[in-house]
Design a binder for this molecule. Structure first.
Ligand code: G6P
Ligand code: MN
Length: 445
C-alpha cells in the first residue's frame, strides 16, 4: 500500500512514520512517498526516518520527490500536511492581528482566516490533482485550519477527504481518565466545527458520567480544560468546550497575554525549527536525537500561555504527540481493512446538525469502515453554540468564496463577520496588513 505525505519535509512526519513502524498487520503501508517543495527539509526528515527504521524488520520503504503529480500517482492514501507560507507565515498571521488588537492565533479568529485564505487555493489544486491522478485514493487532511481546508477539498473529492484533529479525542480521554473510566471504552458526545466543539456527555458502560464531573469541583480542578475554563463556567455551560474555545470565552485576556508575550507561538516554532533544519545540514549530525530534543522542547511549551494563565500543569505525554498520527493511522486502518471503529473526524454534515447545510464540514463522531466515515446522529447544540458554529461557518464560506473569486471585498467580509473581529474598519486594515506581508495572498485584487 502506498501512502503519500504532502508536506513530507515537515517536522511532524517522524511521528507519522513512527506510528507506521508500529503497525505489523496485514495490508499495512509498505511504501511512503514524501513530497515537499523544499528538498533540504526532505533530506533532513528522511535522515530522521532512516534512523527510526534501523533494525525494524519490514519498515516501510521511503522515497522523496518535489514533483506533486509523481507523488500522487498510484497513491492509496494521501496525508495532506502542508503549511502554506511556513512557520514564518504563521508568525505573521499572529503578529498582524495582535497589532490590530484582535486575536492572532494559528487557526482561530483573524489569524486563522489569513491562514485559510493562503491555504485554500493550494489545497484545491491538490484536490483537483488527486481527483485526476488518484481518484480512488483517500485523502486524510491534517492541514489547518482543518475544517475549512477539508471543506474546500471536499468540493472536488466529496467524502473521500476526511479531516483530522487530535484535540477532541485528547479532551475526551482526559475527561474519561478523571472520571476513572477507560478512555478507549468511553463514548464521547462531541460536536461542532474543528477547534470549536463541546463535549456534552461522556458515556461509560452506558451511563452519562459528565454530570458527575460537573458537580465535583475537585474533579473539575484536576484536568487541563477544567483549570482553563474554571469550574463555574463549565457548570454554567453544562459542557466541556474544546480548549480552543478559550479564545472566545476569554478573548480579552488571551489577546492581552499574547500581545505581552516576547514571542508568539509561531515565531517560537519558526526559530526553533530553523535551528533543527540548520543542524541537519551537517551530514554528521545525529538526526533522530536532534529531532527528539526539538520535539520535547516543543511539547513542553504547548499552549504554555493558556496553561500559565490557568495555572494548569504539564500535559500527559499521551495527550501530546500521541495525537494526530494515532488518529490518522486508526482512520487509515479502518478504511483499508474494513476494521470498524468510531473516531471524531471532520466530514460533511449530511444533516447531522440541522442548522447547517449538507455540505458543511463539521467535527463529529463517525463510524468508519471501508466505505469511509459516516457521521453519527447527535443531539442538537444549544442556541449559543449553534450561533457560534453558524457564525464561524459563515466566515469559512466567505473565505472559500474569496479564494474562488479573488476578491478583496469578499476577504474583508470574511474578517468583518468573524465574532472575534470587532469592527469593519479593523477588518479592512487586516486585509491591508496581511496582503502586504503574505505573497500567498497576492491573488486578492
Ligand atoms: C493542536 C491542534 C493542532 C495545532 C497544534 C498546534 O495539536 O489540534 O491543530 O496545529 O495544536 O501546536 P503547536 O505546537 O504547533 O503550537
Ligand atoms: Mn487541530
Amino acid at each position: 500500500m502506498k501512502l503519500t505525505i504532502l508536506g513530507g519535509g515537515g517536522f511532524r512526519v517522524p511521528l507519522v512514520y513512527g506510528a507506521l513502524l508500529g503497525d505489523r498487520a496485514e495490508g499495512r503501508v509498505t511504501r511512503v512517498v514524501l513530497h515537499d517543495l523544499d528538498a533540504g527539509r526532505l533530506s533532513a526528515v528522511t535522515r530522521v526516518l532512516a534512523e527510526q527504521a534501523a533494525g525494524v524488520p519490514g519498515a516501510p520503504e521511503v522515497s522523496v520527490t518535489t514533483d506533486l503529480d509523481e507523488a500522487l500517482t498510484g497513491a492509496d492514501f494521501v496525508f495532506s500536511a502542508i503549511r502554506v507560507g511556513g512557520l514564518e507565515g504563521r508568525a505573521q498571521d499572529e503578529r498582524v492581528a495582535l497589532a490590530e488588537g484582535v486575536l492572532g492565533q494559528e487557526t482561530v479568529g483573524a489569524g486563522g482566516i489569513a491562514y485559510g485564505l493562503r491555504t485554500v487555493p493550494v489545497a484545491v489544486d491538490i484536490a483537483r490533482r488527486v481527483a485526476r491522478l488518484a481518484p480512488d485514493a483517500w485523502v486524510i487532511n491534517f492541514t489547518n485550519p482543518a475544517g475549512l481546508v477539508t471543506e474546500a477539498m471536499s468540493r472536488h473529492l466529496g467524502d473521500r477527504v476526511i479531516g483530522i484533529c487530535d484535540s477532541p479525542v485528547g479532551l475526551g480521554r482526559r475527561i474519561a481518565r478523571v472520571l476513572g473510566g477507560d478512555p478507549n471504552e468511553a463514548w464521547i458526545d462531541y460536536v461542532g466545527l474543528n477547534h470549536l466543539g463541546w463535549v456534552r456527555g461522556l458515556r461509560i458502560a452506558g451511563r452519562d458520567e459528565l454530570p458527575r464531573l460537573l458537580a465535583d469541583p475537585d474533579l473539575l480542578g484536576s484536568f487541563e480544560e477544567g483549570k482553563l475554563f474554571g469550574a463555574d463556567w463549565l457548570r454554567s455551560l453544562g459542557a466541556v468546550p474544546n480548549e480552543y474555545l478559550h479564545y472566545y470565552y476569554f478573548n480579552r485576556e488571551t489577546v492581552r497575554a499574547y500581545q505581552r508575550a516576547e514571542k508568539t507561538r509561531g515565531a517560537f516554532l519558526r526559530d526553533q525549527q530553523a535551528r533543527f533544519y540548520e543542524e541537519l545540514r551537517d551530514p554528521e549530525a545525529a538526526a533522530l536525537s536532534a529531532w527528539d530534543r526539538t520535539r520535547a522542547e516543543r511539547e513542553a511549551t504547548y499552549m504554555a500561555e493558556n496553561r500559565e494563565s490557568a495555572g494548569a500543569g504539564e500535559r500527559d505525554a499521551d495527550d501530546l504527540s500521541g495525537g494526530y498520527e494515532k488518529v490518522a493511522l486508526a482512520l487509515m486502518r479502518a478504511i483499508a481493512r474494513d476494521e470498524r471503529t468510531t473516531l471524531i473526524l471532520n466530514v460533511r454534515n449530511h444533516g447531522t446538525l440541522a442548522a447547517l447545510d449538507a455540505d458543511a464540514v463539521i467535527e463529529v463522531p463517525c463510524l468508519v469502515d471501508a466505505n469511509g466515515a459516516h457521521p453519527v446522529t447527535v443531539a442538537p447544540l444549544p442556541d449559543h453554540a449553534t450561533g457560534l458554529v453558524c457564525a464561524v461557518k459563515g466566515v469559512e464560506r466567505e473565505v472559500l468564496t474569496a479564494a474562488e473569486n479573488g476578491s478583496r471585498t469578499t476577504a474583508v467580509k470574511a474578517f468583518a463577520l468573524h465574532p472575534l473581529v470587532d469592527s469593519v474598519t479593523v477588518a479592512r486594515r487586516l486585509v491591508e496588513g496581511y496582503t502586504a506581508v503574505h505573497p500567498g495572498l497576492s491573488y486578492l485584487k
